[in-house]
Design a protein around this ligand. Structure first.
Ligand SMILES: C[S@@+](CC[C@H](N)C(=O)[O-])C[C@H]1O[C@@H](n2cnc3c(N)ncnc32)[C@H](O)[C@@H]1O
Length: 208
């Protein structure tokens, strides 16, 4: 697919090439299934933070959702719009901006797959407050929070341990919160230690 996208080679191109054609994240699928069960199947509005080449955005659109896909990398938006599997249903809007600067209206799902560590730590509290505030009661967060043992951990990126994760999700009910802390491979098959929490969480109607 990269030959379809002219322009300078960015640091993310190799990632987009490696994951091109991969299915949507299972966290995204679970949040969609739950939201649709609870809301009569009707499509809603979702924001896909750090959408990358669009694996999750494409699925949201397939299910008829209105999606605002955000990524700071222009090439991500190019890859998303050049996908061969974008459905004609749903409504796609894109925003090329750092997620920490993005603004969006109320959302039914905030999707952030393998995204949030890339928010600078000093901007994370404000970004998180916007994520929480944008979800109405019954809305879902789907995505990953990265932990301090992850190979990517460094002071320029954002990581949380389990206690930190539980604090972030005060006022939510976890549908899934699976911590993994183990050696594995990255998208390009290089060895990598992964420490992260796979999360699907529903915003409570009333704070517990
Ligand atoms: C690991 S990829 C994840 C892409 C996609 N969500 C997925 O699950 O495959 C990370 C993405 O974050 C984007 N990114 C990095 N820093 C960002 C920021 N501050 N704001 C928005 N997007 C950012 C990159 O351009 C890249 O597309």
């Amino acid at each position: 697919m990269s030959e379809k996208i002219p322009g300078k080679i960015t640091k993310w191109r190799a990632y987009y090439e490696a994951v091109s054609g991969n299915p949507p994240r299972d966290t995204t699928l679970l949040a969609l299934d739950r939201w649709q069960e609870e809301n009569g199947g009707g499509p809603g509005f979702a924001i896909d933070l750090a959408c990358g080449e669009g694996r999750d955005t494409a699925e949201l659109l397939r299910r008829g959702w209105h999606v605002l896909a955000v990524d700071s990398e222009p090439e991500a938006i190019d890859w998303l719009r050049a996908r061969g599997d974008l459905p004609t249903v749903g409504k796609l809007e894109t925003l090329c901006a750092p997620m920490q600067d993005a603004e969006w209206p109320g959302a039914d799902i905030v999707n952030a797959s393998f995204a949030l560590p890339f928010c600078p730590p000093d901007r994370f509290p404000d970004l998180w407050a916007r994520i929480v505030a944008s979800l109405g009661p019954g809305g879902y967060f789907a995505g990953q929070i990265f932990g301090p043992d992850d190979d990517w951990a460094n002071p320029g990126l954002t990581f949380h341990d389990r206690a930190g994760v539980e604090k972030l999700f005060d006022g939510f009910t976890f549908e899934r919160c699976d911590e993994i802390n183990r050696d594995g491979k990255d998208a390009r098959d290089n060895p990598k230690h992964w420490h992260m929490f796979h999360i699907v969480a529903r915003k409570n109607f009333r704070k517990n």
